[in-house]
Design a protein around this ligand. Structure first.
Ligand SMILES: NCc1[nH]cc(CCC(=O)O)c1CC(=O)O
Length: 308
């Protein structure tokens, strides 16, 4: 290879861990030296907004804007992201061209006050900035006090230590990538606390038509993860253009079969609309889109009213 492949990433420890994992897989797949890949750290608008919920500041796209500009300008060749942070619509000219094998998608409860979320005393504070997590907590425990908790994984853990909250919920996948799995107090089941679409899957974004990069990525792409993600992202796209609806969705692929379940709920957790579908993995996007259309039709317009 003549030139180095430039890997763009945010600068958080989690983002860097994901970029390093991607580079390690590329090195192993191609027998190239590490120096053939350069990691380029890019600060995004999302990294600068710390005082407001992201849904107010402009949504998920805030974490990808500057990185996508660098991709389109050719300053980087690929961008590594957490799939769950990726908006469903990408800028013209870019695509998600590879998914690494998915990590465990479950949610982890972390607390020094209780062994499980069910054991927290009434009125205990649980910190989260995710609308889905807030709504699921309220559904499970309407008597808890849900508090806004922004910042990266380390910041949130520090806030727990400082007593800003009695517990929090984080993705196991992120904790594992940071080597912080030992902090998990309780792992929640996929049914009791369903993950965000895309949770646990690292994705790689690149320029459409960049064949050289496409050939480099092909051996590290995991087909079942790509199919599960196509389903989950189609579900999300069918339901929500922004990130103001609490949405969960999770697909698994076993050979030719795909099994999906998803739900939306109101922010206070009182109303819920669930869906379960299965079919051929090759029809992943169709299954997700139909599940989303079904939920949208059954939930009705009132479901989305008053809080969007
Ligand atoms: N929004 C932050 C974010 N984006 C991806 C992960 C975890 C890693 C993953 O789901 O792949 C996290 C942290 C968290 O939710 O605990």
């Amino acid at each position: 290879m003549q030139t180095t492949l430039k890997i763009g990433t945010r600068g958080s420890l989690l983002a860097l861990a994901q970029a390093h994992e991607t580079r390690a897989r590329l090195v192993a797949a191609h027998g190239l030296p590490e120096a053939a890949f350069e990691i380029v750290v890019i600060t995004t608008s999302g990294d600068r907004v710390q005082d407001r919920p992201l849904s107010e500041a402009g949504g998920k796209g805030l974490f990808t804007k500057e990185i996508e500009e660098a991709l389109l300008d050719g300053r980087i060749d690929i961008a590594v992201h957490s799939s769950k942070d990726m908006p469903t619509a990408l800028p013209d000219g870019l695509e998600l061209s590879a998914f690494l094998p998915r990590e465990d998608a479950r949610e982890a409860f972390i607390s020094r006050k209780a062994a499980r979320i069910a054991d927290l005393p009434a009125g205990a504070k649980v910190g989260s900035s995710s609308l889905r997590r807030q709504a699921l907590i309220r559904r499970m425990r309407p008597d808890l006090d849900v508090v806004l908790f922004r910042g990266n994984v380390q910041t949130r853990l520090r806030k727990l230590d400082e007593g800003v909250a009695d517990g929090t919920i984080l993705a196991l996948a992120g904790l594992k990538r940071l080597g912080l799995e030992h902090l998990v107090t309780d792992l929640m089941s996929l049914e009791a606390f369903p993950p965000a679409p895309g949770q646990g899957a690292i994705c790689i974004e690149s320029r459409i038509g960049d064949q050289q990069t496409g050939a480099l990525l092909a051996p590290i792409h995991d087909v079942p993860t790509g199919q599960a993600l196509a389903c989950e992202r189609a579900f999300l796209a069918a339901l929500d253009g922004s990130c103001r609806t609490p949405i969960a969705g999770y697909a698994t692929v076993d050979g030719e079969r795909l099994v999906f379940s998803g739900l939306i709920l109101t922010p206070d957790g009182t109303d819920i609309c669930e869906v379960a579908r299965e079919g051929l993995a090759a029809d992943a996007a169709l299954i997700g889109a139909e599940a989303g259309a079904d939920v949208r039709a059954r939930a009705g317009a009132e479901f989305f009213e008053g809080w969007s």
